[in-house]
Design a protein around this ligand. Structure first.
Ligand code: UT7
Length: 336
């Protein structure tokens, strides 16, 4: 039995900064509301002509992660790509990354678990390393939200929250048992699938059908729907549960946490968990203020920045936790 560890991290966000004031110029919203309800000050949006796509941003983050891991692209055994905003309906972004980075014919798979996507992807990679099947796995979370949001007043409760960006981690076989990913914990509850969803275009809502049924263009299910308060309530419950589940599985307690990296859904959710667990400010990392909610990219971007700032150090117990559409939720307990 082997163990995996994170050998390198990287992130990339588009240059184009969109402030709350910028959004208030195109829809009925304001900086005070967005900051008070979400903590977000600004986010990044892909700009027409900047060349970025979900896969392209993923490649930019992945190159940094591989360089830091000192692992050649030729030694990548598997690519796992988490996104809810792939470049194509099919194939997935994993194969695009493989082609763009000129990686040999290694397997590539996409994970579709939205805000929990990166932890699910880490878990998949971890299992392949544990069994000894693969040694080096490139795990990417990337999202292009801005291309698919409703920036009219109708979509304001969703579109002010989400931002674009990518993060990546290289998982490799650890030489020291006890160091690396200690465990991952995954859950889902499909009965709430519609509470945070984008129904079409899909096999239930093909484009010609949608247009035929909605000649005026009203109620087209092209934009994400979120039952905000219901999602919020479930999030704070499940975040706490899955963190405690992970700690317990490893004989750890809350006081053992050196750094909690929560999925950046809403600063109020992170603060609620922090208070509930009675964690100090130096034990929870948030950067939603700068990037908004970048779904599958939020944890790898935050983890990369925390590591770059020296806030994640050798020997630390690092906890990743996420909740989102599905509903899905997950945690990973790592000894750095
Ligand atoms: O990452 C995946 C998981 N996602 C989450 O965990 C998100 C969970 N939910 C949330 O973060 C919050 O529910 C939101 C930030 C989405 C919304 O905050 P809220 O405190 O639940 O606000 P609300 O939806 O109850 O809306 C309150 C008011 C409404 O007006 P009335 O009916 O009170 O007059 C909304 O129309 O705020 C209004 N509103 C806005 N006002 C200005 C909604 N969106 C906006 C906006 N700007 N962008």
């Amino acid at each position: 039995m082997y163990q995996s560890k994170i050998a390198g991290l990287g992130s990339y966000v588009p240059e184009n900064v969109v402030t709350n004031d910028d959004l208030s110029e195109i829809m009925d919203t304001n900086d005070a509301w967005i900051q008070e309800r979400t903590g977000i000050k600004e986010r990044r949006h892909i700009e027409k002509g900047d060349g970025n796509t979900t896969a392209v941003m993923g490649v930019k983050a992945a190159k940094i992660a591989l360089e830091r891991a000192e692992i050649s692209k030729d030694d990548v055994d598997l690519i796992v790509f988490a996104t809810l905003s792939p470049d194509y309906y099919f194939p997935g972004c994993g194969v695009q990354v493989q082609e763009m980075m000129d990686i040999h014919t290694c397997p590539a798979l996409d994970v579709r678990n939205q805000c929990s996507g990166f932890i699910y992807a880490i878990s998949v990679a971890d299992q392949f390393i544990k069994t000894g099947m693969y040694k080096n796995i490139l795990v990417i979370g990337s999202e292009n939200h801005s291309g698919g949001l409703d920036f009219t007043d109708r979509g304001r409760s969703v579109s002010v929250i989400f931002g674009d960006g990518a993060g990546a981690a290289v998982l490799t076989r650890s030489n020291h048992i006890g160091q690396g990913i200690l465990s991952t914990h995954l859950h889902s509850e499909g009965k709430h699938a519609k509470e945070l969803s984008l129904e079409g275009p899909s096999t239930l809502h093909w484009v010609p059908e949608i247009i035929a049924e909605n000649p005026q263009g009203d109620d087209i299910p092209y934009y994400p729907y979120m039952n905000g308060q219901f999602v919020f309530k479930n999030a704070i419950q499940r975040f706490s549960e899955v963190i405690m589940e992970g700690l317990k599985a490893n004989g750890l307690e809350v006081k053992d946490i050196d750094m909690l990296i929560p999925h950046q859904a809403n600063l109020r959710i992170s603060q609620f968990i922090q208070q509930k667990l009675k964690l100090g400010d130096d034990k929870v990392y948030n950067n939603i203020q700068k990037y908004g909610n970048t779904t599958a990219a939020s944890i790898p971007i935050a983890l990369t920045e925390a590591w770059e700032e020296g806030k994640v150090k050798d020997g630390d117990i690092v906890v990743l936790a996420a909740f989102g559409s599905g509903f899905t939720w997950a945690s990973a307990i790592i000894e750095w």
